[in-house]
Design a protein around this ligand. Structure first.
Ligand SMILES: Nc1ncnc2c1ncn2[C@@H]1O[C@H](COP(=O)(O)OP(=O)(O)OP(=O)(O)O)[C@@H](O)[C@H]1O
Length: 582
């Protein structure tokens, strides 16, 4: 998808444009009624000072009443028409955005669900602001401003010139300056933040299991602060330019009052003030438009990825929902990912050094013997125990297979060893003092998550985010049976490994666990998704790579059992240990 292709995507069709023009026309009439009201009322007050007969003021009195009534009615109609047009545009845009997501054209790059959330919700909603607070008021201001200048100039050319100068300053110069000074990257920053947040929420168990949660939260906080800083800057620019613009009509009115003199002066001054008020909101609207610009482009880019079947509903007129085959939608947050040291540096927050240092851990090298005594785990008071009084010794360096029917408690046993579930009764003895449980026992759990970031960053989670030499990363990948990614460390793997096959995803998780290398390596079905021969080969290399560490593997493959010293049979939350002959 080229920039030109994206640029050609129309956000609304001719039908919506007609409705918007109608709303704009009502807006112009509303403002004219307002200006007429102010002008007539001022003239009437000035004239009343001469104490003329009431009949001389009758027409003016009727006109004031008429303008006031008409203005209220027109304002209501204008709001109705404007919102109706915009809400139709939004409904249509959402349908097209969902259509593009449901049936993307061939070759469309994947967008993370967090980023999609940001595009479909806040970016599409931004169109409402862009139209109602930007395009419509700008159109109305242009027409009313020109008509106002012409009217005032007819009565007093010098006053007309002053008004023109004021309108150019408040309605063109200040909005232009505000537009230029507003940071453009807020929409992309918002997308990055939602992507990172969704990733952290989905991967929170893994982040906790590898002790990387504080760093990930710190990284997300940095993105949040960055977005807040961009929004604060935009708000400051809007306040400064909007405040300056608000002063202009008052100065213009005083100037015209002095310039015109006589009875016409108050009428001209107040009419000029009313015309000036129409352009004042444009300064804030320009800043808002600058903020929304990135979002609007992202919406266009998303719609441009629609496949041929989703050329949009009949009313949409998306002329170019054509073949989109290359390039990411926008400067997308493809590598938001968990907060590793590298990502944090890029984000540049002040507290990142601390978070990175906290994350820098080396694997524990001491041998550990864990012993479970009477361990009972319950997931709810009214539920039967998932583990019921399990006794199990895991000598240092032992190789233990855990087998049993589905739902028998195998994963819960691993969770108990890793300290991931509270024990209703019993103890896990042998944990070295002063060391977090995740550094002693960890690995691949049933709910393991692959982060929407690079292969490298996914592996580094297994080192608590600490930088590891490329050679170690490559060896972990090779040991886990994923050598094809040894030279692709910077490939982004998609949301929860969407760009990997099921088997590759599993091997990436295994590589992460091998790199973390805790003294007790827990692997919950690490070769799931591989064919039997590949599963056996990967298990062999993984067991070899684990060296002197204890390895506990949940497996359904009885053919693999000969590789273990002992087999734990789990049934209804109870464990029976048998030694193997292999
Ligand atoms: N978070 C949870 N909340 C409630 N019940 C749970 C939870 N996790 C597991 N259980 C229940 O605890 C029991 C043991 O589950 P566990 O996941 O340990 O079994 P498993 O042997 O690993 O199964 P599988 O081989 O299918 O993965 C099951 O009855 C399961 O329904």
């Amino acid at each position: 998808m080229t920039a030109a292709t994206v640029g050609q995507v129309r956000l609304f069709g001719p039908g919506a444009l007609l409705r918007l023009v109608f709303a704009g026309l009502l807006g112009v009439l509303t403002e004219v009624a307002g200006i007429g009201l102010v002008g007539t009322a001022t003239w009437m007050i000035v004239r009343a000072a001469d104490q003329p007969p009431l009949a001389a003021l009758a027409v003016a009195i009727a006109a004031v009443r008429g303008f006031a009534l008409v203005k209220g009615g027109l304002r209501y109609a204008e709001r109705l028409a404007g919102h109706d047009a915009v809400l139709r545009v939004l409904a249509d845009l959402r349908a097209r955005a969902f259509g593009a997501l449901a049936r993307p054209a061939a070759g469309t790059p994947a967008v993370s669900s967090g980023d999609v959330l940001s595009r479909v919700v806040s970016d599409v909603d931004g169109v409402q602001d862009a139209v109602l607070r930007g395009a419509l008021p700008a159109g109305v201001a242009a027409v009313v401003g020109l008509a106002g200048v012409a009217g005032v100039a007819l009565a007093d050319p010098a006053a007309g010139l002053v008004l023109l100068a004021g309108l150019l300053l408040a309605g063109v110069l200040l909005p232009w300056a505000g537009h230029r000074r507003t940071p453009r990257s807020a929409a992309a920053a918002r997308g990055e933040l939602t992507t990172a947040t969704v990733d952290v929420v989905h991967g929170v168990a893994d982040l906790a299991a590898y002790g990387a949660l504080p760093a990930a939260l710190a990284g997300t906080a940095v993105r949040a602060r960055r977005l807040a800083a961009l929004e604060a800057r935009a708000a400051t620019v809007a306040a400064v330019t909007g405040g300056a613009a608000a002063l202009v009509p008052a100065v213009v009115a005083v100037w015209i009052a002095v310039l015109a003199g006589g009875r016409a002066a108050p009428v001209l001054a107040l009419v000029a003030l009313s015309v000036g008020e129409v352009v004042v909101p444009l300064a804030a609207a320009a800043v808002r438009h600058a903020e929304l610009r990135g979002g609007l482009r992202r919406v266009r880019a998303l719609i441009a990825t629609a496949g041929p079947a989703t050329a949009g509903p009949a009313t949409a007129g998306p002329a170019t929902a054509g073949p989109a085959t290359a390039g990411p939608a926008t400067a997308g947050p493809a590598t938001a990912g968990p907060a590793t040291a590298r990502v944090q540096d890029a984000a540049g927050g002040p507290d990142m050094a601390g978070a990175g240092a906290e994350a820098a851990v080396e694997p524990l090298d001491e041998p550990v013997e864990l012993v479970l005594r009477g361990v009972t785990v319950r997931y709810g008071d009214d539920l039967p125990p998932a583990l019921a009084g399990v006794d199990l010794a895991l000598p240092a360096g032992s190789r233990v297979a855990v087998v049993g029917p589905s739902g028998s408690g195998k994963s819960t046993l691993l969770a108990a060893l890793a300290g991931r579930v509270p024990l209703a009764a019993g103890t896990v003895d042998g944990m070295p003092g002063g060391v977090e449980a995740w550094r002693v026992a960890g690995g691949v759990f049933a709910d393991a998550h692959v982060f929407h970031t690079t292969v490298r960053d996914n592996l580094l989670l297994g080192r608590g985010g600490a930088l590891a030499g490329e050679a170690r990363l490559r060896r972990a990948l090779t040991d886990a049976g994923l050598p094809e990614y040894a030279d692709r460390l910077d490939d982004v793997v998609g949301e929860d490994g969407a760009k990997l096959s099921g088997g590759q995803r599993q091997r990436l998780l295994l590589a992460r666990a091998l790199l973390a290398a805790p003294p007790v390596l827990l692997l919950d079905e690490p070769t799931e998704g591989l064919d039997p021969a590949a599963a056996d080969a990967v298990l062999d290399t993984a067991l070899r790579a684990a060296g002197a560490r204890t390895v506990v593997v949940v497996t359904h493959r009885t053919a693999q059992l000969s590789r273990f010293d002992r087999v734990v049979h789990v049934e209804d939350g109870r464990a029976n240990v048998t030694a193997t002959t292999g």
